[in-house]
Design a protein around this ligand. Structure first.
Ligand SMILES: NC(=O)c1ccc[n+]([C@@H]2O[C@H](COP(=O)([O-])OP(=O)(O)OC[C@H]3O[C@@H](n4cnc5c(N)ncnc54)[C@H](OP(=O)(O)O)[C@@H]3O)[C@@H](O)[C@H]2O)c1
Length: 247
């Protein structure tokens, strides 16, 4: 009855889905947000609700516009009547070479990676404050070392780093705000050439991809780390501090 409630944006697949599964098995109730991955969202919520009835609720919506983001936040708070954790995980990711950038790219990449995390924090901060909750923003090591031809994505993630530090001050002491900066955890959905994958692996001191469990463990650490706020932790196998990195 007193289960904690977590909103995971983009929770139907990949890192978001693994986070949903991990915290569900720890006893959390989950608001699983998705945009297009309806089948995966329904399948995952059915599976988890079969184990514990009414423990996962779905909220569909785009995070590209402020108006739609407000509706997502309202439905997410209504789902269980409160939130204890907001995990800003949803993210559009694709190259935007200069000369090709459209208004749609701006709304999609800036919307999902920067604007929505800010407005979700704004709409959810009262319930998070009441529950001494946390916000965890999924950033990227490329926020500080931009990935070639991904200017919009990297700009948005960089702003998300600043937002994390700024809101950590503003929402303290009730709400802690931190970020995780994954390196290579899962290859992007747009396939990468084998040579590019090999080049990335060469830059990682731990010489392997991270796992989705590594991310879930780091989120769990940040939820429990009651004296940590305004921090970004790289979960990247050492890639961001390696001397041979191009990240
Ligand atoms: N994978 C990695 O190795 C890696 C590396 C660095 C950083 N990260 C960060 O870690 C997080 C999770 O990574 P991931 O690779 O698992 O993410 P992902 O699969 O690329 O995206 C997660 C979800 O974001 C949702 N989304 C995208 N654009 C949206 C929009 N405009 N409105 C609403 N939802 C939208 C999609 O939901 P639907 O499918 O339902 O449409 C998608 O399934 C992201 O923030 C990412 O930037 C990941």
């Amino acid at each position: 009855m007193n289960a904690k409630v977590m909103l995971v944006t983009g929770g139907a697949k990949r890192i978001g889905a693994a986070t949903v599964q991990y915290f569900h098995q720890l006893g959390w109730n989950i608001v699983l947000h998705y945009q297009q991955s309806e089948q995966q969202a329904i399948a995952l919520s059915n599976e988890l609700n079969a184990g514990r009835a009414d423990s996962v609720k779905l909220v569909q919506g785009s995070l590209s516009s402020i108006k739609d983001t407000e509706v997502v936040a309202q439905k997410a708070i209504e789902a269980f009547g409160k939130l204890d954790a907001l995990i800003n995980n949803a993210s559009a990711f694709y190259p935007t070479p200069i000369g090709t950038i459209s208004e749609n790219d701006w709304f999609n990449l800036v919307g999902s990676n920067m604007q929505a995390p800010l407005f979700l924090a704004q709409y959810c901060h009262a319930t998070l404050q009441q529950n001494k909750g946390v916000i965890i923003n999924m950033v990227d090591i490329h926020a500080s070392h931009p990935l070639r031809s991904h200017t919009l994505y990297c700009m948005a993630k960089s702003a998300l780093v600043t937002m994390t530090k700024s809101l950590a001050q503003e929402l303290a002491p009730q709400v802690r705000v931190n970020g995780l900066a994954p390196g290579a955890i899962l290859w992007p959905e747009n396939p990468l050439a084998e040579e590019d994958k090999a080049n990335i692996l060469k830059q990682i001191p731990l010489q392997k991809l991270g796992s989705m469990l590594d991310i879930a463990h780091a989120i769990e650490f940040l939820i429990n780390a009651s004296y940590v706020t305004g921090q970004i932790i790289a979960i990247d196998g050492g890639r961001s501090i390696a001397s041979n990195t191009k990240a």
